[in-house]
Design a protein around this ligand. Structure first.
Ligand SMILES: Nc1ncnc2c1ncn2[C@@H]1O[C@H](COP(=O)(O)OP(=O)(O)OP(=O)(O)O)[C@@H](O)[C@H]1O
Length: 848
């Protein structure tokens, strides 16, 4: 089994018992699915062994013996041979290659899943190849699992791999000869992918191919034929674009010519075998080949009607010739050039460079999706793409806050003239000054289509003006941030409205609970690149994180009520407001503040958020917090040493860039959302201190024991477990009982809290959800978490005795609102001082 990671003294979790080996919900749920791996620290050898055999079947006993299987995974196979006679898969034809121990891949002939040994000598090279052709499913430390699918092969072809590349490389890395069925599948899936492209050249749309026969095949289809502009039989013939002159700013590389040097860790030791060196050469060749050798000398094309692009795309897909989309921006002499370059200080990291090389590999901009972990710098990847294309850019984000962040990042990393950046949100409707520029907006703004009964838009005149402007022109590049979140309909509307030559989707989690992620392939393009979370963490690009689920027993009075309740919302509220959970949060906040951490506490439930924050005297932000107040809180959290904890509702889940944050505590969340869990983890992955020796960030999920929260918690962790994160279970926080001022230690306090919760719930004072950050900016003020229509605010109608029997008890809130204190001045004065210092520093640097 893999060695367990040791926490440094200062970095250990404050648990009395870390029950990592317990049948935790985290592990229980993972075992429920065939495709999921248990976290490897928790997996016994027998479990792992059985898992492999279930997945792949057992090798025939004599085959295994004959070949003297002696590497770790084959040993697991061999051990199980006799015990799994019932597994029907016949591995008799899959003789292991004599040097199989050097090769890292086990390829299942049954379901096209691939298991890769991360301890094999050629692992690095195999990984760099496999990520191009297969979907990563699980990448725990020793064993990685991938699946080869039609979409993943489509993506492979779209970055320039040929069917021969794919088969020969798979054969090379595989321990057994490649199953014939798999070869057929690869040939069938790739024979037509990528053979035709949709290209926008000089304002006209063309279907282009290096093979005229492909175009003839397409035109035999009557529907496609009707979308053709000219009805002659001739095609336009042009030289293929020349390679080698495209330079991606900030990188060592001219994309399309020489590829990146092998990544860190890929260098081979002198003593490693020929096999490893061979693999290295092969992979380097493969990466270079992507862009050089496969490039045809000539391209043929026919023009299609611009208004029928969607239909052409759909029809080509239906007849199994899906079109890839590429933008020959260097030959676009129609759209104005944008003056933009990366500042000299911007150094693109190796994985960012690799992702960009997939996009620009053949000298054009391929449309597609780049997947990088939260905090790994998707913004800079987008900005570099914009600096490469140098045409008008439109960026779409999920919230107005992200819009501002994108603007700031453009100004931070590039030399673009600030007047060339326009922001289009509910509050700002800027336009850029020159012929072209960058416009940054939200999906909601762009998808706006409110109409009155006469079909006239009901939105404001200035909004309409900007929308018309956006729709009336061509954009070189459309960047779609957090691309997984926008519903397919919104996307369709946006992609229809905005004429962009190239589309770049950015995301950390290509995950949707409604499984509509496949739509993105069609609407944007294939996944071009996906990075490995653990690898980036080992290289110090994102922080190392210790994750823990803290089990908080329900107090008897809360649990009684919980069991009595039928209403789900009420049950959720009771489990969130569980006093033991409050105590755990209080303890952890104090523990981590003392260690010098900056702590974010996440709560989806706004009622709990306010109650917890006020009781502990901490600042909080939710949908209804006015913009100025938010800004003030965020700045204080970043710079003010007396503001070390901030409570945040789900509006802070994504995009918030707070490198100061090093600890995250989750008290309430959105059911089983794997995406939310990953996005929240992302808030601490960018920790500034990540390269300090022994530094760990901390992620705690507080879960009320024996409630629905346990079930959801395990579901939420599935994605992160697959990325190699280990969730420990803490059943007791050591030292909690000695914490001075620990809240709710007496029965009276707990009953009073329960009573208060019940009264507030009954009088509809409880705002459970929150609204989108971006939307709130349309309604400044405390209108965010609106009261429900018809809600009863008159508290006098409910007496305490109705709920608790404590007729004479009066709940008194002894909370302090830290937000108000900040507003009164202390926070402001502090931030003004910090800003003055920053300004002085900037001026001093300028003088130098
Ligand atoms: N090449 C680089 N050099 C220096 N800093 C970088 C680089 N790339 C990214 N960063 C920094 O890393 C931090 C995280 O970047 P960014 O906000 O773009 O992450 P993200 O991938 O968009 O995360 P999320 O998905 O959570 O929004 C930022 O502070 C950014 O400036």
């Amino acid at each position: 089994m893999p060695p367990k990671r040791k926490a440094s003294d200062g970095a250990s979790l404050p648990s009395k018992r870390i029950a990592s080996g317990l049948a935790t919900p985290a592990s229980a749920s993972n075992l429920s699915s065939d495709d999921d791996y248990d976290e490897d620290e928790n997996m016994s050898e027998d479990d792992a062994d059985m898992r492999l055999v279930q997945k792949f079947g057992a090798p025939k006993r004599d085959t295994a013996k004959k070949l003297g299987m002696n590497d770790p995974v084959s040993t697991l196979f061999r051990k199980r041979v006799e015990n799994v006679g019932h597994v029907s898969t016949d591995f008799g034809n899959l003789d292991l290659k004599p040097d199989h121990a050097e090769r890292p891949l086990w390829i299942s002939p049954i379901d096209r899943s691939v298991i890769m040994e991360s301890f094999a000598p050629t692992f690095k090279e195999a990984e760099r190849f496999l990520i191009n052709i297969a979907e990563p499913q699980s990448r725990v430390s020793r064993i990685h699992e991938y699946t080869i699918t039609t979409n993943s092969l489509y993506a492979a072809v779209s970055v320039g791999l040929t069917v021969n590349d794919i088969i020969s490389r798979l054969e090379f890395f595989s321990k057994t000869p490649l199953p014939a069925d798999l070869k057929d599948f690869i040939i069938d899936s790739t024979k037509s992918y990528g053979r035709a492209r949709l290209v926008l050249k000089q304002n006209k749309f063309w279907v282009e191919s290096s093979d005229p026969v492909v175009l003839q095949t397409l035109l035999r289809d009557p529907e496609i034929r009707q979308y053709r502009v000219s009805d002659t039989d001739d095609f336009t013939v042009e030289s293929a674009p020349t390679m080698g002159s495209l330079y991606i700013p900030g990188t060592k590389m001219a994309a399309g010519a020489k590829q990146v040097a092998p990544q860190q860790g890929a260098q081979q030791d002198e003593n490693e075998g020929d096999m490893a060196r061979g693999a290295e050469d092969m992979t380097a060749t493969l990466l270079n080949e992507d862009d050089e050798d496969d490039q045809p000398d000539q391209v043929h094309a026919f023009e299609v009607l611009p208004e029928s692009i969607q239909q052409v795309r759909e029809r080509c897909k239906a007849i199994e010739y899906p079109l890839t989309e590429e933008y020959d921006f260097r030959n676009d002499f129609v759209n104005a050039n944008l003056e933009i370059d990366l500042k000299p200080a911007a150094q693109i990291r190796p994985y960012q460079e690799q992702a960009l090389s997939k996009m620009f590999g053949n000298g054009r901009a391929r449309s597609g999706i780049i997947v990088l972990p939260c905090g790994a710098g998707k913004t800079l990847v987008g900005i570099t793409a914009a600096c490469t294309v140098k045409k008008g850019v439109i960026v779409l984000c999920t919230s107005a806050m992200s819009v501002n962040q994108w603007r700031d990042e453009f100004l931070r990393w590039s030399n673009v003239n600030p007047n060339d950046i326009a922001v289009f949100t509910a509050e700002h409707k800027d336009q850029f000054s020159g012929n072209t520029g960058i416009i940054i907006s939200t999906y909601n703004m762009m998808a706006m289509n409110r109409m009155d009964k006469n079909g006239k838009p009901t939105y404001a005149h200035d909004t309409k003006k900007v929308l018309d402007f956006i729709q009336s022109r061509e954009w070189g590049l459309m960047i779609l941030d957090e691309v997984h979140v926008a519903p397919a309909d919104t996307f369709k509307r946006v992609t229809y409205k905005v004429k962009a030559h190239a589309k770049l989707g950015l995301t950390a989690t290509l995950l949707r609970e409604d499984d509509k992620i496949d739509h993105l392939n069609f609407l944007i393009g294939p996944k071009l690149y996906e990075a490995n979370w653990q690898e980036l963490s080992e290289q110090g690009h994102i922080a190392r994180v210790q994750c823990a689920e803290v089990w908080c027993p329900m107090t008897p009075e809360f649990y009684d009520k919980y069991l009595d309740q039928k209403e789900v919302n009420m049950k959720n509220l009771l489990s969130t407001m569980n006093p033991r959970k409050f105590q755990a949060a209080q303890f952890l906040i104090e523990y981590h503040e003392k260690r010098g951490d900056k702590v974010i506490v996440f709560s989806d439930n706004v009622y709990a958020l306010e109650r917890f924050a006020q009781k502990l005297g901490k600042v909080f932000i939710y949908g209804g917090t006015p913009q100025a107040e938010r800004q003030q809180i965020l700045e204080n959290f970043r710079y003010n040493p007396s503001i070390n904890t901030m409570f945040l509702s789900k509006i802070g889940d994504t995009s918030l860039d707070l490198p100061e944050a090093t600890c995250l505590i989750q008290i309430s969340s959105h059911y089983g959302s794997r995406r939310q869990e990953a996005q929240r983890l992302g808030r601490i992955l960018r920790a500034k201190r990540r390269n300090d020796e022994g530094f760990n960030a901390f992620f705690y999920s507080l879960v009320s024991k024996d409630t629905q929260e346990m079930f959801y918690s395990s579901k939420r962790q599935a994605f992160l477990v697959d990325q190699g994160y280990a969730f420990k279970v803490i059943t007791h926080l050591q030292g909690i009982d000695q914490l001075p001022n620990l809240a709710f230690t007496t029965l009276k306090d707990r009953v009073e809290l329960l009573t208060k919760v019940l009264i507030d719930k009954q009088s509809d004072e409880v705002n459970e959800g929150d609204i989108d950050w971006g939307t709130v900016r349309d309604h400044p003020g405390r209108g965010g978490a609106k009261k429900k229509k018809g809600a009863r605010y008159d508290r006098s109608g409910a007496t305490l005795s109705e709920f608790s029997g404590g007729a004479n008890m009066a709940y008194q809130e002894q909370n302090k609102n830290r937000n108000k204190e900040l507003k009164k001045g202390a926070g402001n004065a502090f931030i003004r001082k910090v800003k003055r210092q920053q300004q002085k520093k900037r001026e001093a640097n300028r003088d130098l």
